[in-house]
Design a protein around this ligand. Structure first.
Ligand code: FMN
Length: 168
């Protein structure tokens, strides 16, 4: 198989956030898709089984997704996307506010989506989490694509990301 073809698949870039007993934490994901079109709207994400955010979502059944804009500093993506929140404060230095009990990132985001976890499917190294969209918030800006992250920001994805293999 020529896996190079996988790099032609398009994605966005998101900060997935949770409330860990009053402590905000989260990680970076690119794997968000809308599954249904009418209310209730369901969306799916692919999350590594080792991810601490995954553990918190299964416990709290709630998560938020901030849509990152092209102005997101590379350091924010590094901070959230390359370390575990299990033993580190990843949200320190990142401005956020409470939205339905979840941390909503305030800077360089074009919108926020709030989810209730409804199901999860075991797929080898990852889980597919299915969430029901329960609230949204729209702000300004140009959403960052995965292609932009690679080509303009010159960013990479870690081994835990489903798209690791097709890192340029
Ligand atoms: C650009 C980028 C995209 C990523 N996409 C995903 C993804 O879709 N799913 C996933 O499980 N991890 C993804 N990751 C990796 C997680 O953000 C990373 O494993 C993080 O350290 C997990 O933190 P946690 O243990 O605090 O949840 C991505 C990272 C980057 C930088």
């Amino acid at each position: 198989m020529d896996l190079e073809v996988l790099s032609d698949i398009s994605y966005g870039l998101y900060a997935l956030t949770v409330n860990d007993n009053g402590r905000p934490t989260g990680c970076i994901i690119n794997t968000l898709i809308q599954v249904t079109s009418f209310e209730p709207i369901y969306m799916a994400i692919s999350l590594n089984k080792d991810s601490y955010t995954n553990e918190v979502i299964k416990r709290t059944k709630k998560y938020g997704i901030s849509i990152l804009s092209v102005d997101t500093p590379r350091e924010v993506i590094q901070r959230l996307g390359f370390a575990s929140g299990r033993n580190r404060d990843k949200m320190g230095g990142i401005e956020y506010e409470d939205c339905n009990g979840l941390p909503r990132i305030l800077e360089n985001c074009t919108g926020f989506l709030c989810f209730d976890l409804v199901d999860h499917i075991n797929v080898d190294t990852h889980d597919i989490l299915i969430g029901k969209l329960v609230d949204t918030c729209v702000t300004d800006g140009e959403p960052m694509t995965y292609k932009y992250y690679h080509e303009v920001i010159k960013g990479k994805a870690p081994k835990s990301a489903p798209t690791f293999l097709t890192n340029k």
